[in-house]
Write a protein that binds this ligand. Structure first.
Ligand code: AKG
Ligand code: FE2
Length: 316
């Protein structure tokens, strides 16, 4: 049998150094010893600095704010994950709608409601719409209901700005797909919280988001702040997010984080993944800064108050 070659172990250099130093005359040997020791110390120092640097970068990119638990890993195929948590008192200061206003609160994630192919089709709608505008900073939105589209440091009304040309950009099928996806998410939320889906109403804002690593130019670009949707948006009772691109494949950073006392919980976006939760302060959350690439998502929100309900967007 041919002798097997073994890789030299890491410490073989130190052994060679020792053998060499023993075979030299003493004066030369001590100078040689000193130089070698310095060389070793320098190498050790460089190695330690590189390790500390790598550790700091890893902590900064992967574990901002001491994130401890991943609720939904990318590549995982979650059928239905639901975690019940006690409701905050936020709902008490609003008019209650029995059979809809949350009595059971919590958060869920599912990869089984929207397919990757459907998410990709919706992403193309978002790309088409957002290519007409875009914020100067890193966060752009497009609201198909109101027509609000980020442009530079402001917003324009897509429908007013582009008039009839809008028919060349979006099709009836795009809107039908949006409607279908919205309905299925609504039903999934109703089922998870034990309410009737017909007692929930779509509410505004409901919008596509496109986030990249460009530096923020206005406060509209600062998507990463911790917030409570019910406080930020008022009418929300149930929030859902449909992700349209993949964490660590299409973009880095940009994970969704529930900020619980003591331990944060993250959701890693994946095309077709739906995350949903009650909108009160039991679900304080934030989005990590996107470090590279482009992240697409859509926020679809529901209210229990029919006065705050809106219809599905229509191609005008
Ligand atoms: O895009 C996300 O993951 C979250 C967005 C969000 O928090 C919001 O729209 O209120
Ligand atoms: Fe939010």
């Amino acid at each position: 049998m041919a002798p097997q070659r073994r890789a030299a172990p890491l410490w073989s250099g130190a052994v060679a150094y020792l053998e060499l130093s023993l075979s030299l005359p003493s004066a030369k040997r001590s100078r040689g010893q000193q130089e070698s020791r310095w060389r070793w110390l320098r190498a050790l120092f460089l190695l330690a600095s590189a390790a500390i640097g790598a550790l700091l970068i890893w902590r900064y990119l992967g574990a901002e704010d001491g994130v401890t638990e991943v609720l939904a890993h990318r590549r995982e195929n979650l059928q239905d994950k639901f975690i019940e948590i006690p409701c905050s008192e936020d709902y008490d200061s609003h008019k209650r709608f029995e059979g809809c206003t949350p009595r059971k609160c919590g958060r869920g994630v599912t990869d089984a409601v929207i397919t990757r192919e459907e998410a990709e089709r919706i992403r193309r709608i978002a790309e088409r719409g957002l290519s007409l505008g875009g914020s100067d900073g890193g966060a752009s939105i497009l609201d198909l209901h109101s027509g609000a589209l980020s442009l530079g440091k402001h917003f324009v009304n897509l429908y007013r700005y582009f008039g009839d040309k809008i028919q060349d950009i979006f099709t009836e099928e795009d809107f039908a797909l949006y409607r279908d996806v919205r309905q299925r998410i609504q039903q999934r939320i109703a089922q998870a919280f034990g309410i009737n889906s017909s007692s929930m109403y779509l509410t505004k804002p409901t919008f596509f988001s496109r986030i990249n690593s460009t530096e923020a130019k206005t406060t509209h670009d600062e998507y990463w702040h911790p917030h409570v949707d019910k406080v930020t948006y008022g009418s929300f009772d149930y929030t859902s997010l449909l992700y349209l691109s993949d964490y660590s494949e299409d973009f880095g950073g940009g994970r969704f984080v529930f900020m619980d006392a003591g331990s944060n919980k993250t959701i890693e976006p994946q095309a077709g993944r739906v995350s949903f939760f009650t909108s009160g302060s039991e679900n304080l959350h934030r989005v990590e800064k996107v470090h590279w690439g482009t992240r697409y998502a859509i926020t679809i929100s529901f209210t229990c108050n029919p006065d705050h309900g809106i219809g599905d967007p229509v191609l005008t």
